[in-house]
Each structure stands twice: as C-alpha cells, then as structure tokens.
Design a binder for this molecule. Structure first.
Ligand code: PLP
Length: 419
C-alpha cells in the first residue's frame, strides 16, 4: 500500500468505523459463537500470494464481527467502561504514524506491580541502612504486602510476580466493603510480632466488584508511620475526580506514595492509556515500568482534553452517574429486588431478594438473551449482578429498556424457581 492508496483506504476505514459506531446498537451485544468458531471460517495457512484489501474488508463482517463483544454498545453494562471517543481514535492513528517510543505509561496492573517493586527496593534499602550485615535474601523472605479482599486480581498477581507474601485484608458489608484502619493496624502488629516486615499496601478507590472506597484518611497515616508504601489503585473511579463533587473521595491522597487511574476506562481515551503518579520519583527510577518501549499514548489524552474540554469530560462522567442513579431508583422501586452496595459513581450492584441460584439463573437468562450484557460479582457470599454504565452513547431510554427486560426475565425465573 502506498501513500495514495492509504489516503483512499484511510477515508474508507473512517467511514467504516463511523458506520460501525453509529449503528452499534443494532448489533447483538454479546456474540453467540463457541471458542474455535474461526477455524472453519479462515484458511489453515497464511496466503501464499497477497489478498486484496477488498477481500480483507469483506471478511470483517463474515469472520471477525460474529465473535466480537461490542463493548461500546449502549446495551453493554459489564465490567467497567473501556473508553472510546472520536478524538482519541484520530490521535491513535497519528500516534501510530509518529511511532515514537515513550517511556512512562502502563496499565493499572503494571502500576501496581511497579509500585510494589519500588516499595520492595525501598524497604530493603532502609533495613540495610540500619543493619548492613543482614543478608538481603533474609529480608525479602520476610516482606509482607497487603490489599483488600475486594482488590483487583492484578494486585495478587503483582505479589506473585514480585515473589512476596500478599495478605488480603477482610472487609465487611457493614463497612461498605472498605478496608478499615483498625483491621490494617491489627494485621501489621500481628505480622511484626511474627517477625515479618510489612512494606506495601495497595488501597483501592472504586473497587471492581462494588466500587467501594478504602478509608485512605485512616489508612494513610498508619502506612506513613510504619514506613509502608501506600499505592492507590483508582483504575475506574480516578476519572471522576475531575468533578469537584467527587473530589472528597480522594481525601487522604496526600499520604499516598503512588497513585494510578485509567484514562482508558472512563475518560474517553481509548485503550490503552493509564496514568501513574509517584510522590518521590527517585524511589521509582530503575523500575519505571516493565517494557522499555511505549507508544505515544499521551497524544490521545491531549486530543481528548482539548476537544472535549474539562466541561465536556465532566458532563460525560456526570451523565453516567445520573444514569446509574436512575437505574438505582428503578431497582429500589421494585420490592422484589435489593441494592447490594452504595451507588457512588456509575456502578449499580443489585440482586433479586432470594437465593444465589435464582440470581445466577436470572443473569444467565439476561446474557443468553443477548440484548444486554452484564457480569456478576460476589459480595459477602451473595451472587450480585453488576450494572456498570459503560458506553459513551448510553441514554435513559437504554436504561429503561434494560430494566424492562431484567424485570420480565425475573418474573419468569421467579415463577420457575423457589426463591
Ligand atoms: N484495578 C481495578 C480497580 C480495576 O477495576 C481494573 C480493571 O477493571 C484493574 C485494576 C486492571 O486494569 P488494567 O487492565 O489497566 O490493568
């Protein structure tokens, strides 16, 4: 493909993308194929001679789309949002074209790991400073890190990769699934008494299951006093802090050693674009990130920030929160259902009053219908449905349509099963 053809195909691709996104709600949000469906649709080997561009484009609908989950459909309410906006897509093209190598952006999972590695170095350095004869391996085998039992699985994985003990701090429904200062303090004391060295705590602002907020105003001073590195994972909720009304959720940030949020979740910058702050850069140098090379992701942020403006971005966040509140009030108005966790941002955790079985069946029916897509979570042993506001284009009518579908299926399930 030369530059002349690229101009032509590029324009066609822009049309294809715009058509795809404009008409996305007419597609089935969740695919109806089994793993391996591609095998019969594609040849066993790469073509000996080049295919034409037209052939490739034709196969998008025939081969690719049947297996796609449409994360940007207004009927997608699963996981958390993965951002998408026209300015970010344009900038992604330019970023690909410039193709330069940057050095300091990673995903939330990498931020957690990188902070943990830096904390491990810092802990070893501090101990060696006061006890230079102590063997380093003897120190690392005693290190202990902490996170909430609600933390994302990437936190546990960071502990495994770094080869350190990672203890989960229990949370309670009565504390809104947030880690309490007292619980952390007690675990630290017990571990120190057992000869362990507490060195890292990963707090979450906006947990994946229920969007809970750990009490960093309480936890931060404990970590600081114990010289424990406090990393804050605000992968989802972090974007909301651009709105002054959600800023109080960030109170206590001054105690943190590092902080991360994903612009690619909820700030209209398409995947991947994660940002990380560290209090003291020198603690991190040498561990900036795992790969050396990075593509030019900040360009997407720059396009999005300039073309939406702070006001446009705030409107977008607020709209999702309002839609979540709207969905919450629909749930609350129906006596058969209950809300399972406070609705703070764009996530509503809800369930049918009754057994886990009845809720599992309901979710299965919802997803098998393929009109909307949701994923579950477990809260205090209860099977809960998560309704996450995800797509940029979701409107009130989609929410009402989704609720109508959910209640209709709930009616069927409740007639069939004891609850
Ligand atoms: N942390 C939290 C709280 C999350 O909700 C998620 C993803 O949903 C992650 C981390 C992982 O993010 P990433 O895919 O950027 O590693």
């Amino acid at each position: 493909m030369d530059a002349t053809e690229f101009r032509r195909r590029g324009k066609e691709m822009v049309d294809l993308i715009a058509d795809y996104l404009e008409n996305i709600e007419q597609r089935t949000v969740y695919p109806d194929v089994e793993p391996g469906y591609l095998r019969s649709l594609i040849p066993e080997e790469a073509p000996e001679e080049p295919d034409t561009y037209e052939d490739v484009v034709k196969d998008i609908e025939r081969v690719i789309m049947p297996g796609v989950t449409h994360w940007h459909s207004p009927y997608f309410y699963a996981y958390f949002p993965t951002a998408n906006s026209f300015p970010a897509m344009l900038a992604d093209m330019l970023s690909g074209a410039i193709g330069c190598i940057g050095f300091s952006w990673g995903t939330a999972s990498e931020a957690t790991l990188v902070a943990l590695l830096a904390a491990r170095c810092r802990a070893v350095r501090m101990i060696l400073a006061s006890d230079p004869q102590r063997p380093e391996t003897g120190i690392t085998s005693k290190l202990v890190a902490y996170s909430s039992d609600q933390a994302h699985c990437s936190v546990e994985r960071a502990g495994m990769i770094a080869g350190v003990r990672m203890k989960k701090i229990p949370t309670e429904q009565s504390d809104k699934y947030a880690v309490q200062g007292e619980t952390l303090r007690r675990m630290i004391q017990e571990d120190k008494a057992a000869g362990l060295i507490p060195f890292y705590f990963c707090a979450t602002l906006g947990t994946t299951p229920s969007c809970a907020f750990d009490h960093i105003t309480e936890l931060g001073p404990i970590c600081n006093a114990e010289k424990i590195w406090m990393h804050i994972d605000a992968a989802y909720a972090g974007s909301s802090f651009i709105c002054p009304e959600f800023r109080p959720l960030l109170n206590g940030i001054e105690f943190a050693d590092s902080f991360n949020f994903n612009a690619h979740k909820w700030l209209l910058v398409n995947f991947d674009c994660s940002t990380m702050w560290v209090k003291k850069r020198s603690d991190l140098i040498g561990h900036w990130q795992i790969p050396l090379g990075r593509r030019f992701r900040s360009l997407k942020m720059w396009f999005v920030f300039r073309m939406y403006g702070l006001k446009g971005l705030q409107d977008y966040i607020r709209k999702h929160v309002e839609l979540a509140k709207e969905f919450e009030s629909l749930v609350r108005a129906d006596q058969r259902f209950e809300i399972s966790a406070d609705v703070v941002l764009g996530l509503v955790c809800f369930r049918l009053k009754g057994s886990n079985e009845v809720n599992e069946t309901l979710l299965k029916r919802i997803n098998n219908g393929r009109k909307i897509h949701l994923v579950p979570c477990l809260l205090s042993g209860q099977f809960v449905l998560r309704f996450a506001l995800c797509a940029r284009t979701t409107e009130s009518r989609h929410i009402r349509e989704a609720w109508q579908l959910i209640t209709q299926l709930a009616e069927e399930v409740m007639q069939e099963l004891p609850h």
